[in-house]
Unconditional design. Sequence first.
Length: 477
Amino acid sequence: MIDEMVEQIELLLEQNDQKALQEYLNNLNISDVEILIGELPDYGPRFIEILSVNRAVNVFRILDFPVQERILKKLSGTKIAELINELPPDDRTSLFAELHGDTVKVLIQHLPPADRKEALILLGYEEDSVGRLMTPDYIAVKKSWNVERVLMHIRKYGKGSETIDVIYVIDSDGVLLDDIRIREVLLADPETKMSSLMDGRLISLKVNDPQEEAINVFRMNNRVALPVTDNENVLLGIVTVDDILWIANEEYTEDIQKIGGTEALDEPYLDINLFRLVKKRVGWLIILFFSEMLTSSAMQYFSDELSIVIQLAFFVPLIMSSGGNSGSQASTLIIQAMALGEVTITDWWRVMRREILSGLMLGITLGIIGFLRIIAWVPFSKIYGPHWLMVATTVGCTLVGIVLWGSLAGSMLPLLLKKLGFDPATSSAPFVATLVDVTGLIIYFSIASVVMASVLHHAHDAAHAFVPIGHVFRQIT
């Protein structure tokens, strides 16, 4: 289907048949036009230019910002004015928020005074607040009105509203009293007062609420739109579900990128400048690199143990990966649960209890497998030396401890970061894995120092049989 559209468009472009091209584009779904702009980016401005105003606006508003910016630079002044004037206030605010200040100053001049004032008010709200998402285009009525008057009001002003699926009831001061679905109005007797249709089950957002909170409210309630009020409960605007879905997708994308150990990209992967892409990734890589250097320091500190029982070195990758994997699992699960509103900071003790139990069960499972793996190999090879049973015990016990520790670290770090006001997603899987790698080696060699004390006695003083973790940290740092 896509290939056919592209072929047809290329044919019309080759024939330079403007009228046929315009007719073809106007008959496509707006999502198909978006696909064509993605497939033929050089012709995107031309497609927007020849589309009817209404369809051009509907296509433009669903494009990613880098594409919008690229198209704006090549459109005629007349078409830009049409687009800016016809864009819904919330989409216009999103566009202005991304553009350079000088560009916004030029574009905002295309708006009539009332719309210009409205745009500046919306831009005045915090970047990640609900106020940036809302539109002031909605239908509001008084509770004393009857259904017949409400329907007349909708016929007169409904076309300019973002949605008429929900009608908002306000008092004489603009204070929000209730929201009523259009279905209830249409099915009611014409003489029925709006006060009779009110049920008091109002759900609203505050204008300064974070957008993430709005996403959760929409997720928990079956609404196509929600009203936005100030602290005095005066109705300021509405937020529709299409905007929330867009923001939710952006939040999800940012979290996935952060979990992967990189800064969030503010534009599509293939569109972002190569140097900016490197800049987004290099910071975390440097931090993780220096963190991993502590792993080397830890191994150097325990070089005596390694030189005496070289078999211990065979299992360092196994120990590090097991701890890192369990930490990454826990971190990912908790970050996702927090994003869905299933877990909050106040649930930290419940999370810790679950991770202690699950970490122990997972650790014991891997510990038994590791222990049996070494035991099973002994009849076929002498690689584990005469102290194979001690090596097996050390590995088994370490796996229990490191998996438990990884689960705890991975689950608690997101909650701690949230408590400190940071984004939980920044406790990314690589960060947790690095933390557990370093501490895992300390756990491993500390257990080895206890289990294999008799073997190490010839090289170590009895006082060094057990190495306090705090002392090791001071040495390696």
